[in-house]
Design a binder for this molecule. Sequence first.
Ligand SMILES: [Zn+2]
Length: 348
Amino acid sequence: MWHGIEGHDDVAERFRRALARGRLASSFLFAGPAGVGKRTFALKLAQAMLCRSKPEEALDPCGTCPSCAQAAAGTHADLDVIVKPEGKSFIPLELFIGDADHRRREGLCHNMSLKPSMGGRKIAVIDDADYLNAEGANALLKTLEEPPPRSVLILIGTTAAKQLPTIRSRCQLVRFRPLPTDVVARLLVSKSLVTDTDRARRLAQYSEGSIQRALELADPELWTFRNSLCERLSDSAIDGVRLARAVAAFVDEAGKEASARRARLQQVVAFAAEFHRRLLRAQCGAASSEDPELENHVNRALRNGQHSPRSVAARLDRCLDAAAQIDRNANQATLIECWVDDLAGIRD
Ligand SMILES: [Zn+2]
């Protein structure tokens, strides 16, 4: 584990090798799911490269020299970090090139063009790079095309596909994988985000390897809904009309914001997929999972009959299709209706 950062030793090794050979690229795109530690990694990497008491290729920041302390406190003159302000739909231009009164005299691009104040490097981290608009990307172009000597620019996003082509083509892609389930569970407890280890394990199981996802799942309403969802799904015949209504109402409760509604629907579909996946495995004689509540519903479905492996597999497929449609921003009301209607229509 590299400096307390779990799950990304391969990425650390890659940077260590590049630094040792003196062949570090100047622009990187860190891509991977939210909540796996990309930002933490970027800041630790910056600290390692700025550390005054250890050589940068050791990738081992001492943590105590003035440079390390300033990097950790977010006050280092050679480290610029920008994030999308809350409530904005993109990163504002002035964060790159200064506001109207200080055009090209402030902002990330200006800072990057200055000489390192402590003789090391100039490093900039752009979090939320998924929210870079054409204006912002344009402002960055010069920095990307003619990077100042010893400067390092790190953009953090979820996927390469979400970046504008002008950005994507000029950055070296560094992929961050989802964290293993046991690592998520351990981190939830060690960071005091969740106190109960059983609960941490259950959240981790559904987290898709993301701490952020696990914390979203900590909402008890989700689990109450999952309970009633699985109950309906384990009935010998699914009442499509009532189920569609219940799902729509639950999504409505997430509020008006599109992203919150989408996340909630995504979760409902993921719960339904998980139910069918587990039912299918139980039918194949797989050992029970660590989720007693889910096991109860699966056992009820098995007792109720009317769920052949073939139809369960077809329903699981339909859930995975629905999940992909949500990502493509399909109309939610129609999506819910069609999805549930199809689930209810799949019979033995
Ligand atoms: Zn240091």
